[in-house]
Ligand binder design. Structure first.
Ligand code: AMP
Length: 185
């Protein structure tokens, strides 16, 4: 199974991806995690990446796409994967579609995790990441609305979008996702 999780920062994509990854024994692929790993390694690329991440800006498509494609080519992704944080804009979505076509591995379903704005701010305030400072959160939400939100329509038109109510405990949300996926199968 190949899944994409969409939702504002703080919607619970990471948490749900981890839980689903355990349930289905497929890897959780988070471009945020992959980029943070580059930053920790302190390479030249990592330093450039951190300038964008710490300001709440998107890292360039070229860098993110290369990192993502390398990850998807690892053998554990043959069984499927859960994408969290990618694609983040329409050109990344086109890139992903072309890359997966080359691998004969189309996306099965896109889950849009929907939560009210207030919930998102509260959840992010509880994390301890440099890019979760209030100013940066506001900026990331703005970037989300402008460049990432159009992906909901993009995948709806492709006929693979499912909407999930993300307001509730992590267990409740996982249960909604599992019910939705079972209905689809
Ligand atoms: P996340 O962990 O998904 O919230 O991502 C944290 C940060 O990593 C984002 O605010 C961006 O700066 C960067 N990032 C993650 N995924 C992408 C992507 N697909 N394209 C560009 N930047 C990304």
């Amino acid at each position: 199974m190949r899944l994409i999780l969409l939702g504002v920062p703080g919607a619970g994509k990471g948490e749900q991806a981890t839980r689903l990854s355990g349930k289905f024994s497929i890897p959780h692929v988070s471009t945020g995690d992959l980029l943070r790993r580059e930053m920790e390694e302190g390479t030249e690329v990592g330093r450039r990446i951190s300038e964008f991440v710490n300001r709440g800006e998107l890292v360039s498509d070229t860098v993110t796409q290369a990192i993502l494609e390398n990850r998807l080519r690892e053998t554990d992704c043959l069984a499927g994967f859960i994408l969290d944080g990618f694609p983040r804009n329409l050109s990344q979505a086109d890139f992903l579609q072309a890359a997966l076509e080359r691998m004969s591995a189309p996306v099965d379903v896109v889950l849009n995790i929907e939560v009210p704005d207030g919930t998102v701010i509260d959840r992010l305030a509880m994390r301890n990441r440099l890019d979760d400072a209030p100013e940066t959160i506001r900026h990331r939400l703005k970037v989300y609305r402008k460049v990432t939100a159009p992906l909901v329509d993009y995948y709806d038109r492709a006929g693979i979008l499912k909407r999930i109510d993300g307001d509730g405990s992590p267990e409740e949300v996982t249960q909604r996702i599992l019910t939705c996926l079972a209905r689809k199968a």
